[in-house]
Design a protein around this ligand. Structure first.
Ligand code: CIR
Length: 258
């Protein structure tokens, strides 16, 4: 299991209330509450032992606090993505030197047209990437990503995603060969060798958890899944992210961990 020491987050912009949502009738986030929840999220990352860098807000990009989508960080290399959502494609320009303190220039790669890929579709388990082919990530994105990842000795498996926005909206790695997932992914052949913690259908939002070293951060309000995770011996920290969930944001998308 990768040991993490650092995280990057980005302050939510006031324009967050206009963030993309799969459900146009969804309630809009309450900005003040979102700021408080973001602070609590950062505290949970710190409590898990990470030092956290928070980038300033970018008003021009309503979804830019979902910083996970613009880069994929592996121990040996980093990939700047090309988000499938057009309104998000230029988010990286607001933070051009984002990775230069931690990665040398030669190991920072950038996906190029026609590739589309968002970090929310990328799940890394040891030396194996699982990448969702979703409405935000296309085959060219997976192909370019694979060429880079393979050159560092990583394997890539593509997973069709039709049940959720991103792959990790519906499945995340708990560690110790265990996945937390919605029932939609339970028959996915690529996940056959894992022990599965399936969320009850009214707790699907809890499929997106973050394992950081010895802690598991879970979204607040999903007690059945949280209890199932604790019963396996994990320590959990629950964080309320209701305002981000209104625009399809989960726990993982609010940070880059490395
Ligand atoms: C979007 O639709 O792009 C944002 N409203 C939510 C992004 C969530 N990102 C993630 O799960 N990695």
């Amino acid at each position: 299991m990768i040991q993490f020491t650092r995280a990057i987050t980005k302050q939510p912009a006031q324009s967050l209330i206009n963030g993309l949502s799969l459900d146009e009738n969804n309630l809009k986030p309450d900005y003040q509450l979102a700021l408080k929840q973001h602070e609590q999220y950062i505290n949970a990352l710190k409590q898990s032992g990470l030092s956290v860098m928070t980038l300033p807000a970018s008003e021009a990009f309503p979804d830019s606090c979902f910083v996970e989508d613009i880069a994929v960080l592996a121990p040996e290399f980093a990939i700047i993505t090309r988000p499938g959502a057009e309104t998000r494609r230029q988010e990286i320009t607001t933070t051009p030197d984002l990775l230069s303190d931690d990665y040398t220039e030669s190991v920072i790669h950038t996906l190029t047209e026609p590739a589309l890929l968002e970090g929310g579709d990328v799940m890394l388990i040891d030396k194996q990437f699982y990448i969702g082919l979703s409405s935000r990530t296309n085959a060219a994105g997976v192909e370019q990503f694979t060429a880079i990842a393979q050159s560092y000795g990583y394997a890539v498996t593509a997973i069709p995603v039709s049940y959720s926005l991103h792959l990790k909206t519906g499945v995340t790695y708990l560690g110790d060969n265990r996945l937390v997932m919605t029932e939609d992914y339970q028959d996915e052949a690529a996940f056959a060798g894992f022990e599965k913690i399936i969320t009850p259908s009214d707790e699907n939002n809890c499929a997106n958890i973050i394992r950081i070293n010895s802690q598991v951060i879970v979204p607040e309000g999903y007690s059945e899944t949280q209890t199932a995770i604790e019963a396996l011996g994990y320590q959990t920290i629950a964080v309320n992210i209701s305002e981000f969930a209104k625009i399809d944001g989960g726990l993982t998308c609010l940070s880059l961990r490395f």
